[in-house]
Design a protein around this ligand. Structure first.
Ligand SMILES: *[C@@H]1O[C@H](CO)[C@@H](O)[C@H](O)[C@H]1NC(C)=O
Length: 201
């Protein structure tokens, strides 16, 4: 499990995911690809910025820290070469925890939003016509939303993407937390057996 650029890969994967989560959250502000006349017509969960803040901005910090671990003579998993970098590995645990919280926030928010369904114009007023995800298994119910056009598939697709991507982010941060812990505990790395013995990766 100790491969040289492992923290670097994690960091490099987190960045595109963060960008995509931010984009997905922004698109949710434009139901069906159109601007709304009234901001109260937008589903509440969109305003909690799960994709922009939780899986987006917050994720940049752990991603950059993970990317930088390789340059600090630590291979990222067990610090194979210079083994005095325990602190770098230790701090990566804190950043991994931060990333985990951000991704977890987006994940929970997306799950809640999928279960609750979108806010839409039901003919009489703007509210949430679905209960406990009943619309997921019954397309007939989708007709309850008269406008915006395609609001149900729009929100469902984007929140599902957010759910998947934030789930992946949470797992990646979890992996780095374990790597960071190993790096901190092992210190000189010999115990990890990830080096050829001469200290090279
Ligand atoms: C879907 O919802 C409609 C409207 O409430 C209902 O008449 C229909 O029986 C439901 N279909 C299924 C498969 O549950």
């Amino acid at each position: 499990m100790c491969t040289g650029g492992c923290a670097k890969c994690l960091g490099a994967t987190l960045i595109p995911l963060a960008v995509l989560c931010t984009l997905a959250n922004i698109l949710l502000f434009f139901p069906g690809g159109k601007t709304v006349e009234d901001s109260t017509h937008i589903t509440d969960e969109v305003w909690y910025f799960g994709g922009i803040v939780g899986s987006g901005v917050l994720m940049i910090f752990p991603a950059l820290v993970f990317l930088g671990l390789q340059n600090s003579d630590c291979c990222g998993c067990c610090g194979c070469r210079s083994c005095g970098k325990r602190f770098a590995m230790f701090s990566s645990i804190l950043f991994a925890a931060l990333g985990f919280l951000g991704a977890g926030y987006c994940f929970i928010l997306s799950a809640v939003a999928i279960n609750r369904g979108p806010k839409c114009n039901t003919g009489s007023d703007w509210n949430y016509p679905f209960n406990n995800g009943d619309y997921l298994g019954n397309h007939t119910l989708w007709d309850k939303c008269q406008s915006p056009k395609d609001i149900v598939p729009w929100n469902l697709t984007l929140f599902s993407l957010l759910l998947i991507m934030s789930g992946i982010q949470a797992v990646l941060c979890g992996i780095q937390a374990v790597n960071g812990l190993l790096g901190t505990l092992c210190g000189d790395c010999k115990c990890c057996g990830c080096c050829g013995g001469d200290g090279t990766v």
